[in-house]
Design a protein around this ligand. Structure first.
Ligand code: FMN
Length: 380
């Protein structure tokens, strides 16, 4: 890993190691991928204010997210099918996050189940919930997350209907999945990936199979999942989930000031400014471009987090300057996982931590909690 200096280096290695259909699944956005690209590009447009002759010793990246101590303000975002980037992917990523002292968020659509992840971690992780039409299943998921002592529920609001990603359709990753000789070839050319996959029993949606009455096999699973997202999800459902969960609640997928104000009125502990990594509404603005407006709109009444397009510690710092209390990375940790399993995830986190630390120092700051808009170059 000594030649791996950037998240892009991890991405290039993951591309060589993960079968194309699954690498593309991570590295894709909706329709033209314009929002996916804007998430990254808009970070590059923001300029930082360089300061000199400021004491840069004794720096600290420690802070809190929803009251939980974190070694740096970066969490692992919930990502579906993570266990297809690398066998046991969710368990390995959760362990890497725990060792690093940052939150791991398990997706409803994970390969490893809530119980799998709980069995290999000692600290509480966060659970991301999709509200499915089958409300008994949703309640069962909430109960399982409570039993596993998850310390926060991340409720995703921006997937009432599934956005279209052309690459997934071309690769046959739609419902029902179409397996062709091309897929067999794609997997055969990644022998290490195949060997690891054959060595684990965890190859399907662990939170769903065996837990929903309607899912008995792979084919019923794919039809069930594609039909289950609830197009009628409402703010009343958010209140219902909040009451049934009873613990810390984070609302994910806020990209509009009015929605942000509605989110405040639910009493949630945090909101995540997010466009689902550009995988849902193509044409939506980047997350970072909306962050300052949303921070202003909620006026400190809720903790604001951000995800989408973070590829470096500089990006994390820019989000903090605009008022985010914490950030999340999706693809960067998936690339790490595909490139090198648990140590690849750790490498991604090491890269971001070092970049954040050096950049903060060169901005003349010693404590990540002190970053603010005054650290941005005027005009950013
Ligand atoms: N968000 C969810 O709330 N639930 C999911 O199951 C989920 N699956 C995802 C799968 C992949 C492959 C990716 C890349 C993203 C997924 N997301 C999901 C969105 C991420 O949580 C996050 O919003 C996004 O990845 C942030 O952008 P970034 O990848 O540029 O860091």
């Amino acid at each position: 890993m000594s030649q791996i200096l950037t998240i892009d280096d991890l991405k290039a290695r993951a591309k060589r190691r993960v079968p194309k259909m699954f690498f593309d699944y991570a590295d894709s956005g909706a329709y033209t991928e314009g929002t996916y690209q804007a998430n990254e590009e808009d970070f590059r447009k923001i300029k930082l204010r360089q300061r000199v002759l400021v004491d840069m010793t004794n720096r600290s990246l420690e802070t809190t997210m929803i009251g939980e101590k974190v070694s740096m303000p970066v969490a692992l975002a919930p990502t579906g099918l993570t266990g297809m980037q690398h066998a046991n992917g969710e368990m390995l990523a959760a362990q890497a996050a725990e060792e690093f002292g940052i939150p791991f968020t398990l997706s409803t659509m994970s390969i490893c189940s809530i119980e799998d992840v709980a069995s290999v971690t000692t600290k509480p992780f966060w659970f991301q919930l999709y509200v499915m039409q089958d409300r008994d299943f949703v309640l069962n998921l909430i109960d399982r997350a409570k039993a596993a002592k998850c310390s926060a529920l991340v409720l995703t609001l921006d997937l009432q209907i599934l956005g279209q990603r052309h690459k997934d359709i071309r690769n046959g990753l739609s419902a029902p999945p179409k397996f062709t000789p091309k897929h067999v070839w794609q997997m055969a050319t990644r022998p290490m990936w195949c060997m690891r996959m054959l060595g684990t029993k965890r190859r399907t949606f662990g939170n769903i199979v065996g837990h929903s009455k309607s899912v008995t096999d792979l084919s019923s699973l794919s039809v069930w999942t594609s039909e289950q997202f609830d197009p009628q999800l409402s703010w009343a459902d958010v209140a219902w989930i909040k009451e049934r969960w009873g613990g810390k609640l984070i609302l994910k997928g806020i990209l509009d000031e009015e929605d942000a104000r509605m989110a405040v009125s639910t009493g949630a502990d945090a909101i995540i400014v997010s466009n689902h990594g550009g995988r849902q509404l193509d044409g939506a603005p980047s997350s970072i471009s909306m962050l300052p407006r949303i921070v202003d709109a909620v006026g400190g009444h809720v903790e604001v987090h951000l995800d989408g397009g973070i590829r470096s510690g500089q990006d994390v710092l820019k989000a903090l300057c605009y008022g985010a209390k914490g950030t999340y990375i999706g693809r960067p940790f998936l690339y790490g996982l595909g490139a090198g399993g648990k140590s690849g995830v750790t490498r991604a986190l090491d890269i971001i931590r070092k970049e954040l630390d050096i950049t903060m120092a060169l901005c003349g700051e010693r404590d990540v909690r002190n970053l603010s808009r005054r650290n941005l170059h005027q005009g950013s």
